[in-house]
Design a binder for this molecule. Structure first.
Ligand code: MG
Length: 315
């Protein structure tokens, strides 16, 4: 194992990129009314997170849950110090993002051709060509751009991804001018050992401040992977979703995004500086629980429930 983390890197504040309003809700079956999305984002803005992925300018027919992103962006309170980003797949989406005064966009590709073919009907190479003008247009307007790389560790169609494949895509994204890169364990199958193998390969090629990890918790390893990346590699930005909102399309019934409150709790317990209140995050998720039609999936949501009618523990 290479060593990237230092005493100094562990003193840096950890940044939480809260993805529940986009990545979380996108995978929820029930439509969440626009007013409740706005309430969620406004509440999340006051939890200490530094960035909120607040919507998506994809085709409304493709993702009806996020068809109201224009309206959401126009109505939310923009709290100073919080960045509000949106997923943008093409130039039409960029136009809509501009009109809604979005200051940061995210583009989306993957390490695996099979995954992008299924998901966006393009190879990885074609996806990069497709959003090259989007990145150029955004940079021309002074917008920040995030590049997502899904299936950075495992692909549901191809299995384990060689770290070099993820590195190749990351280098292409950096060449295109993205400001930061989010490496996604879309399948939620990555272990801390898998994450080490990837970070050993990619870290020499990027300033860690520009890198975030987007891990899913399908097999219960997400928090362990986050702690490994923070403690051993000095990664200080993590994408997470309040309440673990959002399922996993590749493992129906399982959780998708790791829950923000669980990540914050674990990082704080390990000595990290995290200016996020996990109790407020849980309140945000609970506000939405009646709209999504299923219980929250985080560890903290389980132990925070009032145990009405149960006897007090003795001894
Ligand atoms: Mg996700």
């Amino acid at each position: 194992m290479l060593s990237f983390a230092t005493h100094e890197s562990r003193q840096l504040p950890v940044r939480i990129i809260e993805v529940s309003p986009r990545d979380g809700l996108q995978h929820e079956a029930l439509f969440v009314p626009t007013a409740r999305k706005i309430d969620l984002i406004n509440a999340l803005s006051r939890t200490g997170v530094t960035e909120i992925e607040a919507g998506s300018f994809v085709s409304p027919a493709a993702i009806p849950q996020l068809a109201d992103s224009d309206e959401v962006f126009r109505a939310i309170d923009r709290v100073p110090g919080v960045t509000y980003s949106a997923l943008v797949p093409n130039e039409r989406g960029l136009e809509r993002a501009r009109a809604a005064a979005v200051r940061k966009i995210a583009v989306f590709t993957a390490a695996s051709n099979s995954f992008t073919r299924h998901n966006i009907k393009a190879t990885v190479q074609e996806s990069l060509l497709r959003f090259t003008p989007v990145i150029q247009g955004a940079k021309r307007d002074g917008l920040l751009v995030r590049g997502y790389i899904s299936t950075a560790l495992w692909c549901p169609y191809e299995g384990r991804m060689a770290p070099q494949r993820t590195l190749d895509v990351m280098l292409r994204l950096l060449d295109l001018g993205v400001d930061d890169v989010s490496l996604g364990d879309t399948l939620g199958r990555g272990s801390p050992v898998d994450m080490r193998a990837l970070l050993d390969v990619v870290m020499p090629h990027i300033d860690p401040i520009r890198l975030s990890l987007h891990v899913h918790d399908t097999y219960g390893m997400a928090v362990a992977t986050v702690l490994t990346a923070w403690e051993d590699y000095g990664i200080t930005a993590f994408d997470c979703s309040a309440g673990g909102l959002g399922g996993c399309p590749y493992a129906p019934g399982a959780t998708g995004n790791v829950a923000t409150e669980d990540v914050v709790f674990a990082l704080k317990a390990s000595g990290a500086l995290v200016a996020v209140d996990e109790g407020l995050i849980l309140d945000c998720a609970n506000q939405l629980a009646s709209a999504i039609g299923h219980p929250l999936r985080s560890r903290l949501s389980q132990i925070s429930k009032p145990r009405i009618g149960q006897p007090a523990l003795k001894g």
